[in-house]
Design a protein around this ligand. Structure first.
Ligand code: 6PG
Length: 476
């Protein structure tokens, strides 16, 4: 029988996805631009299932039953376009092309439009979970048409991660919705990691805890509300010993965080949507600062900080405070992330089910966490929830921890330890709950220097003050 699905692009993610499909009983056709990878896959893992090796794209297309389903797993950007351009003339009406890489959602919208005009389905699908997830069950975020999902759904849900019997895969929405949600997943991943890094840095520099001691703290945290994959692997990384020096592994790693771009895309897209994703923005900025060697070298040892990073705090109380700060800041990052998804869903008419996004992130993906159950419940209680922060459960969680959160931000400032994620999150929280914001003054300034007008609290309409004249007010 012909293959049910194909994968082209057999680097580690593509290879593992193909193996996952085969292990789940699907007949898989595989192809890679350089044949070596295809041969290696068949040789090493051919026994895992029903593979058909294809030497080129025409052979791959030929190997498939119709409607064809072809997963592209190559680099985002031009390499993806190149494969699509080569594939399209070989396909028939109703065939489905799936881009499972980290594409920009606007590229996905463009490709979906182009292919749908040719009678083909194009599905931009987020796939999260790294190599391990791709092999054993990732979180899958497919976009594209309903018809395409009717054909793909049974396959994708089968190979996805499952939590309590529920698949971590759902049709996110039309065209670029899946890739947008995957991008946001990565933005949240950036924020999560930045907050974890700040917690580590504060505990280490203020309390003087060793990496091994810190590993224990994170291990302990992983038994409570913070339980998540990223906290778990933080304990793992912190307890790792460097085989060369015998010291802590974390101390021999160069402190310059790299980024492939999805975090930056998230922030750029959110800026366009007008949604403040300060947690993710600070995370991207912190990575950029870490990599800015020239300015760091010019400033280190030159710009003075406080006399000592040691602040007089009780060890256990401070650890507990930092745990609260981490949880509350994390909650803000998720609230901002879900806001961005809601805003994009409105702008592009995607009709994304926010609660379902929390559900499919509970397993398989990098940000999988116990706390996503709480998010799902919050949207079950109120699908039109304006912000996660006003849901009763989360409101109480932050209320319980806010004094601790404030102490941590204050301590960070006093000790001279950067905590951009914790402090930006707290500022967002305080801004959100404020009765009045100083935006009124900004409006006054704008009207004074540029006649940009303002609105009044006590009357409808748009007003301007004759600042350089008699300062009378005119209504426009
Ligand atoms: C995932 C990850 C993955 C991403 C890496 C690296 O969901 O499996 O998000 O898609 O590529 O996390 O991202 P950076 O190199 O930008 O840190």
């Amino acid at each position: 029988a012909k293959a049910e699905i194909a994968v082209t692009g057999l680097a580690v993610m593509g290879r593992n996805l193909a193996r996952n499909l085969a292990r789940n009983g699907f007949r898989v056709a595989v192809h890679n631009r350089s044949q070596g990878r295809t041969d290696a896959l068949i040789e090493e893992f051919g026994h895992e299932g029903d593979f058909t090796a294809a030497a080129d794209l025409p052979a791959l297309v030929e190997a498939l039953e119709q409607p064809r389903k072809i997963i592209i797993m190559v680099k985002a950007g031009e390499p993806t376009d190149a494969v699509i351009d080569e594939l399209v003339p070989l396909l028939d009406q109703g065939d489905i092309v799936i881009d499972a890489g980290n594409a920009h959602f606007l590229d996905t919208r463009r490709r979906e439009k182009a292919l749908s005009e040719k009678g083909l389905h194009f599905v931009g699908s987020g796939v999260s979970g790294g190599e391990e997830g791709a092999l054993n069950g990732p979180s899958i975020m497919p976009g594209g048409s309903k018809e395409s999902y009717a054909a793909l759904g049974p396959i994708l849900t089968k190979i996805s991660a499952h939590v309590n019997g529920e698949a971590c895969c759902v049709h996110v929405g039309p065209d670029g919705a899946g890739h947008f949600v995957k991008m946001l997943h990565n933005g949240i991943e950036y924020a999560d990691m930045q907050l974890i890094a700040e917690a580590y840095d504060l505990l280490r520099r203020v309390l003087g805890l060793s990496p091994a001691e810190l590993a224990d703290v994170f291990r302990e945290w992983n038994t409570g509300d913070l339980e998540s994959f990223l906290i778990e692997i933080t304990a793992d990384v912190l307890s790792q010993v460097d085989p060369t020096t015998g010291g802590a592994f974390v101390d021999v790693v160069l402190d310059q965080a790299e980024q492939k771009g999805t975090g930056r895309w998230t922030v750029q897209s959110a800026l366009d949507l007008g949604i403040p994703v300060s947690g993710m923005a600070e995370a991207v900025f912190a990575r950029s600062l870490s990599g800015d060697v020239v300015r760091r070298e010019a400033a280190a040892g030159v710009l003075p900080g406080p006399a000592s990073a040691k602040v007089d705090v009780d060890r256990d109380a401070f650890i507990e405070d930092v745990r609260h700060a981490l949880y509350s800041s994390k909650l803000v990052a998720y609230a901002q992330g879900f806001d961005a998804i809601r805003a994009a869903s409105e702008q592009y008419d995607w009709n994304v089910d926010l609660g379902a996004m929390a559900t499919i992130w509970r397993g398989g993906c990098i940000i999988r966490a116990r706390f996503l159950d709480r998010i799902k419940e919050a949207y079950d209680r109120n699908p039109a929830l304006p912000s996660l922060l006003v849901d009763d459960y989360f409101k109480d969680a932050v209320a319980n921890g806010q004094d601790a959160w404030r102490r941590v931000v204050a301590t960070a400032a006093t000790a001279g330890v950067p905590a951009p994620g914790f402090s930006a999150a707290l500022s967002y929280y305080d801004g959100l709950r404020a009765d009045r914001l100083p935006a009124a003054l900004i409006q006054g300034l704008r009207d004074l220097f540029g006649a940009h007008t303002y609105k009044r609290v006590d009357a409808e309409g748009t007003f301007h003050l004759e600042w350089s004249g008699d300062r009378s007010e005119t209504k426009s």
